[in-house]
Design a protein around this ligand. Sequence first.
Ligand SMILES: Nc1ncnc2c1ncn2[C@@H]1O[C@H](COP(=O)(O)OP(=O)(O)OP(=O)(O)O)[C@@H](O)[C@H]1O
Ligand SMILES: [Mg+2]
Length: 369
Amino acid sequence: MTHDQLVIVLIAGGWSLAIGLIGALVGWRTRRAPIQWSAWLIAAVAIGGVVAGVVGTAQAMFLSRHDLAVIVLVCAVSGAVSMAFSLLLARTLVSSTLRLRAMAAELGAGEVVMPTGAEPREIRAVGDELARSGDLLRAAQARERQLEQSRRELVAWVSHDLRTPLAGLRAMAEALEDGLAPDPARYHHQMLKQADRMTAMVDDLFELSRIHAGTLNLCVQPLALRDVVSECIAGASPVAAAGRVVIDGEVGPDLEVRADPDALSRVVGNLVMNAIRHTPADGAILVEGRRDGAAIELSVTDACGGIHPDELERVFDVAWRGSSARTPETGTGAGLGLAIVRGLVEAHRGTVSVSNHGPGCRFLVRLPA
Ligand SMILES: Nc1ncnc2c1ncn2[C@@H]1O[C@H](COP(=O)(O)OP(=O)(O)OP(=O)(O)O)[C@@H](O)[C@H]1O
Ligand SMILES: [Mg+2]
């Protein structure tokens, strides 16, 4: 490089650097200004740096006044035209950020966010992300609405279910107090039964609220599934015998499952009691346990006549107990048993499902071994 060229590089570089530094300072001081202003500044620094370098160098080269005037004119015209085009191009950026703001506002208003596809890649990526967040938000809101609805139904149904036996208790207590009860022993027995039913229901509600609050204290340990099943069958056999229902268990002697003993007994007990309740006289119930890969499967198959396909998933809903009228006196439950089963099984990282099978339905619990 000759000495002259070195001088030119230094002078041009110096002028452009000076403009760049001024631009950087202004950019820092106005960093909170609208993005449109940043677009102006970027264009002005880029074009201004070139113009300052050219004009500064030309002046230092001691060109004739005429040549210098020509260069200044050329730079001024080219600079102005380039500036106009730069700003025109920067409008895309400005309009994209405006669109982004509009999308965020749509998200806030719960509307469907939809990037037009005409935005620059990064802005479109943010738009896509907003659209996904919107979908998640709507799904969460729908779930929340559903939960709120089932909570409201639960409160309404439970108060209905408690009011009837309470009215019965009160009537019987009054009759006993006034000495008007024709058969006091039967009244006392009846009152105890009602109190037991209400206690069981309150216990179920408490268990369910602990499941939902995530405050279950599970003591997970290796258990012989066969022992748990035979205990439940033994406990349920008087009820089964009263309904002339045969109940049988088939579980391998060395099948081990890791679970909380009380929770597992409750799961099996609830499924077996449901099966007995819904199986007509002379029907059979089979409780089976088997290993399936890394999971232990427990199934309860009954002869209930099948569940309507539309209602198969609903049986696990809180307080759902079929399409029939809610009449607690007829001995039906509160619709909490299967919700508790599902909560307890999921707390063990397992799954529970139901399907129609043969003359009835089959509840299948899968637990990690
Ligand atoms: N084995 C079954 N066969 C047919 N229908 C069933 C069976 N188990 C449950 N259902 C249906 O699912 C509903 C919900 O069952 P769930 O055990 O949750 O409540 P419940 O038995 O009515 O009351 P609870 O268990 O609280 O005493 C039942 O009311 C019944 O309609
Ligand atoms: Mg039940």
